[in-house]
Ligand binder design. Structure first.
Ligand SMILES: [Zn+2]
Length: 359
């Protein structure tokens, strides 16, 4: 383990009456929150990032929002989770995929100058893992894997009661683990990454294509059976109904709604997504042996059908030590949804100061 690259977490996080600022910086929005010692967001500001206009203007606007949130409050620190590789010791962002022109930005230095407060930086999914571990669905664990499902697939690992950052600040990048040796090309330049199969845009794309194909089949079928009025054709997927009849408007929201309503086409798609994600998670389980996996991010709003499919996939693919083959009783592993929801990034970032100084 390289010195200065692993952070030890305080055993007991501060639950005092002070406040910290947590920032969840993404390519579209900057979510900034005032968070108390128990991990509750007391006030928040959501600003557009305008990433293309460069880091200086965005961080200055963030600084103004922080000044507003701090009025009459004692704030101890600012923590910021950023989508991309983040050198957490130097506080510099590297190769952020959704923040063009930000590569090499000394975020920590700039925010310290703007606020006069100590500033702590991390990858956004790592910050989410920290938040879920301290205040959310990962409470009480010493071994946790946290996955965020959205346009991208991020991850964070708590191993032996520490946030694992890795030799290159790149630990937990489960989205870019391959589930097919020669699969579809991913934006990262490699093939077969799980993100290429479960990222929002790809799932929505498959949903639209399948609904259109189904409509065509139904139309053909209707033409063939019009001479036999006694045969009643099945209707189209409810994804189409929820998208007001326009397949192009199908999003994860419609996929989830239809799946929860028992729509067969939507359920098949969600089961497929759960199986792909479960394959990547099973690989991670074999390496990390977590006691809990927390699944968060927008895609998790699909709900129970997704969780069921993920659990089936993971337990089917991981070693167990039960009395019979396939018996999962022997493995201590829970798979649950996030408890912090959309605030996970803010809450986690606000806790970055509870990490010890680099060892
Ligand atoms: Zn990739």
């Amino acid at each position: 383990m390289a010195p200065g690259r692993n952070l030890r977490n305080l055993r007991t996080p501060s639950r005092g009456s002070g406040f910290d600022i947590g920032i969840d910086l993404g390519g579209t929005n900057m979510k900034i929150g005032l968070v108390d010692g128990a991990g509750r967001v007391k006030a928040r500001r959501i600003l557009l990032t305008h990433a293309g206009a460069g880091p200086t203007q965005a961080l200055e606007r963030a600084g103004a929002a922080i000044a507003d949130l701090r009025k009459r409050r004692r704030v101890a620190s600012v923590g910021i989770g950023i989508a991309g590789l983040v050198d957490h010791v130097a506080g510099i962002v590297r190769v952020p995929p959704n923040l063009p022109g930000w590569n090499g930005t000394p975020v920590k230095q700039i925010l310290q100058r703007l606020t006069g407060l100590p500033v702590f930086c991390a990858n956004d999914a790592n910050a989410v893992a920290l938040g879920e571990w301290l205040h959310g669905a990962g409470r009480g664990c010493r071994h946790l894997l946290c996955v965020t499902l959205g346009t991208g697939v991020g991850g964070g690992i708590i191993a032996n009661g520490r946030l694992l950052t890795g030799a290159n600040d790149a630990a937990g990048e489960i989205g870019h683990t391959a589930i097919f040796a020669d699969g579809l090309p991913c934006l990262c330049g490699h093939n077969g990454c799980v993100e290429r199969y479960v990222g929002t845009r790809y799932v929505e794309d498959r949903a639209r294509k399948r609904v259109r194909a189904q409509l065509k089949r139904l139309k053909d079928h209707k033409n063939q059976t019009s001479l036999f009025p006694g045969i009643k054709a099945a209707g189209p997927s409810r994804m189409l109904e929820f998208a007001k009849g326009d397949a192009a408007r199908i999003t994860m929201r419609e996929v989830g709604r239809a799946a929860r309503a028992g729509d067969r086409l939507a359920l098949a798609l969600v089961e497929e997504v759960g199986d792909y994600l479960g394959t990547a998670l099973a690989n991670a389980v074999e390496v990390l042996d977590p006691e809990r996996i927390v699944i968060g991010g927008g895609v998790s709003r699909v709900g129970r059908p997704l969780l069921k499919a993920v659990r089936q996939s993971v337990f089917r693919r991981t070693q167990t030590w039960g009395a019979h083959p396939g018996d999962t009783v022997g493995r201590k592993l829970g798979i649950v949804f996030s408890e912090l929801g959309v605030d996970a990034g803010i809450i986690g970032a606000s806790r970055l100061r509870t990490l010890d100084a680099p060892c």
